[in-house]
Design a protein around this ligand. Structure first.
Ligand code: SF4
Length: 470
């Protein structure tokens, strides 16, 4: 089977609860709010009396958990995970949380990100006799933690583990001894926030998951921070390893939910700001502008605000199709694209249109949709993209393909316009994107490596996706 990979795939979402009698049910709702971050598999594990039980499966959250499953997951501490594989194959053995027992003690891990040194660490561990059950880099992190807490305090073990791991990691560990741990890499690529619910605590990839369970947002974990949460409260550790904040700017452009706030910046407002800047940088006249819903919606609102051009929803989204789905054959590809979005014929005929896109990765989807608009009689079609051209792969937890599959790495913008069937095509500039964030010194505050090829954490020369797989 072929998997359609025309849009960027999210890495994963994590959600943890400490100190609530219905921890598993809360986690279930939390994972619902984070479903956009991964639709391949989901799991929930619960710690109780020193043991950690887990229930996980392939598919969407409501497909995996029935009421009885949650009833069986009894306990006051829980961690959940939704996954899209960026390293390791898509299989049940790679679904998370990943749970192990070592010397009578249980541990669970749920990880969002990509360890850029996982293959080196795994080779070393295997050399010394470790046995792995999955092809996930997250299992490597768990091995490192278990080794490091042996003969040391939990705190020392955690600090050592954080210092050994490289790349992007927003991780939740359960120790089976009453602690829930949150750990963020020194660059803070992926979000992870702390919330309070009654006497309990929540850790979640995005603040929208805290809203759903009515938890109070306490704060985002700082880059490089480790929090140990137990019945005494929250203890924060900031190991000395050099911290260089590099929040993934693509979280704001595409991945995160618009109702989330990451590092103090609301995603909805950021998307509108990108759209406003895009309108300033590349104005064009048209009868109306339209997004390819849903992720283009907010930048389109911003573009409309500045340009005064009416915003129309001329493509209707089928809400019952996930972000990714399997299609059986190449000949079905066009149908597969149209399953998601269908144009409103009467709105399109004879019109000059601006399409606002949040990003173009392979270009396959955009090309098919533009073709559909032409066939319906659109007079002129302009496209404006609310991020710069995506020319470089991501090694920090997002499944951007290798450059040969990135259309912007293969052709210049004008050639791409022709290829996509457009009259004109313009992208937001890197400078414009950074300025639109409103953050001073934004150039060194965000990761933007997929646009400029400047990687905040070095990746080995000639690195490939296979190289990242432990
Ligand atoms: S390379 Fe792009 S997608 Fe990956 S972390 Fe950096 S900004 Fe985000």
């Amino acid at each position: 089977m072929n998997k359609m990979m025309t849009e960027p795939k999210d890495a994963c979402g994590v959600f943890g609860v400490h100190g609530h009698p219905e921890a598993a049910s809360l986690t279930y709702f939390g994972l619902y709010a984070l479903q956009h971050r991964g639709q391949e598999s989901a799991g929930i594990s619960v710690a109780r009396k020193g043991r950690i039980e887990v229930h996980k499966g392939m598919g969407l959250v409501p497909e995996i958990f029935k009421k009885e499953d949650l009833t069986l997951l009894e306990g006051e501490q829980s961690v959940g995970h939704v996954r899209y594989s960026t390293t390791g194959e898509s299989s049940l053995s790679n679904a998370q949380p990943f749970v192990v027992r070592h010397k009578g003690r249980s541990y669970a891990v749920a990880h969002n990100g990509n360890l850029t040194n996982a293959h080196h660490l795994k080779a070393r561990l295997e050399e010394s006799g470790s046995i792995f059950q999955s092809t996930m880099d997250s299992e490597v992190a768990l091995h490192q933690l278990i080794r490091n807490v042996k003969g040391s305090s939990l705190e020392e073990g955690l600090v050592k583990t954080a210092q050994e791991l490289e790349g992007a990691f927003s991780i939740i560990f359960l120790t089976g001894k009453g602690e829930m741990i949150g750990m963020k890499d020194p660059n803070g690529f992926r979000p992870l926030c702390l919330g309070r619910l009654g006497q309990g605590y929540i850790l979640a990839s995005e603040s929208c998951a805290l809203d759903l369970v009515e938890a109070e947002f306490v704060r985002e974990l700082a880059p490089g921070e480790i929090v140990i949460i137990d019945d005494d409260g929250v203890k924060s550790l900031l190991p000395e390893k050099k911290v260089q904040p590099s929040t993934c700017i693509f979280e704001y452009i595409y991945f995160a939910r618009p109702d989330s706030t990451i590092s103090g910046l609301n995603v909805y407002q950021m998307r509108k700001a990108f759209g406003r800047k895009l309108a300033e940088e590349s104005p064009v006249d048209a009868d109306f502008l339209m997004p390819f819903p849903d992720s283009g919606n907010y930048a389109a609102l911003g573009y409309s605000e500045v340009s005064g051009i009416p915003f129309e929803m001329a493509m209707i989204r089928n809400h019952y199709v996930g972000r990714s789905f399997i299609q059986p054959t190449q000949s079905m590809r066009e149908f597969a694209v149209r399953i998601k979005l269908n144009p409103v014929k009467e709105q399109i005929k004879g019109k000059e249109i601006i399409i606002i896109e949040d990003s173009i990765i392979r270009g396959t989807t955009s090309r098919t949709r533009v073709k559909a608009l032409r066939e319906l009689g659109a007079k002129k079609i302009h496209m404006r993209v609310s991020c710069p051209p995506t020319r470089f792969p991501c090694y920090y937890g997002i499944d951007f393909p290798d450059p040969s599959k990135l259309i912007a790495a293969q052709m210049e913008t004008q050639a791409m316009a022709k290829h996509l069937g457009l009259d004109t095509l313009h992208y937001l500039s890197i400078e414009g994107m950074l300025e639109a964030t409103g953050v001073s010194g934004a150039g060194s505050r965000f990761c933007k490596a997929c646009f400029d090829g400047i990687y905040p954490v070095p990746v080995c020369e000639g690195i490939s996706k296979e190289c990242l797989e432990p």
